[in-house]
Design a protein around this ligand. Sequence first.
Ligand SMILES: Cc1ncc(COP(=O)(O)O)c(C=O)c1O
Length: 386
Amino acid sequence: MFSGRLPPHAEQNALSTALAALQAQGASIVDLTDSNPTHTAIPYPDDLLASLGDSEGLRYEPHPFGLPAARAAVAADQRRRGALVDPARVVLTSSSSEAYSWLFKLLCNPGEGVLVPQPSYPLFEHLTALDGVRMHPYALEYHGRWAIDIDAIAAAPADVRAVLVVSPNNPTGSYIDEDELRRLSAVCRERRWALIADEVFADYPLDVTDPLTDIAARDQVLSFTLAGLSKSVGLPQLKLGWCIVGGPPRERDAALAALELIADSYLSVGTPVQLALPALLDVGSRVRSAIQERIRVNLAALHAVVRGFPACDLLRTEGGWSAVVRVPATRTEEQLALDLLGAERILVHPGYFFGFPRESHLVVSLLPPPDVFESAIARMLTFGNG
Ligand SMILES: Cc1ncc(COP(=O)(O)O)c(C=O)c1O
């Protein structure tokens, strides 16, 4: 009999089952969980994918880390935020999920662990399990802004080999700050851990001035910054991400050499998308601007609506595509999400889905079209206060 290694997601299933039942009845649902930019009426330039038709793509010249011109294009693109990156340190992957898998293979023996923020991206549970790596959560605490408890991190078990930061984090929207990075890097050096920085949302600052980005380019410790087309230009379907490797030269070069063997075993990124990358990054900046505008408008509307509900609280959103609203804990988060779906046909994520330790939080995507978003938020909060 099949016995899988993935943990079950019983709680999420109650909501998915209710959703599937409503969809089967043809009910129209307002999906405030949708973080797929290609679903949310973001304007994409008509010619955005034209460069995928380059006939150079008829030739196959495999390179473990990707075509030199594509890696150079990624390195050049980092200058938008002022980061100077040597193309030799850019590794192309088909997604950040794949980059995680390669890094877990690179850094951990089976059964060793990585530290993962909580609340954060729920897929970490699966990504670590699939690579036979233990996931040790570390807490992010909210005191008007989300902060990392570095002392708790320093007390981590001996099997840990790396610490993950997501900056800005999904769904809390918090960027790591200078002081946290300095202290975290010191712990990493002392414990000989690598630092994996998921910066897929780094291009989407909101309530923050001068956010810290491009962690691997700072070379403070062996580090890997992950990002990609999926968020940077709103094209998840093209399957192209990157990992920038940084750190003290000896450690960094040893990591690159080992990573090359892993990458060479998969050669997963298609040639047409690599050839198209310089044009995609160039023309795609228009999509990024449209997404930036969308999340700003929706966050402003969310602030305005929440002000009308004194028992609710919009947590500070420094960046990214999600926002978190604290609502009165009159029932469990799961029940609230189920009732909201049943009564109002509005789908939201309950906080526990992302590992919020306390009730009651609702997580919404900032991507839906503004008219849909604003009216659904008002109905959501009226219902949540009822
Ligand atoms: C924190 C975080 N990292 C990575 C990803 C996925 O990126 P990719 O499409 O490159 O795998 C997501 C998707 O929502 C995310 O929230």
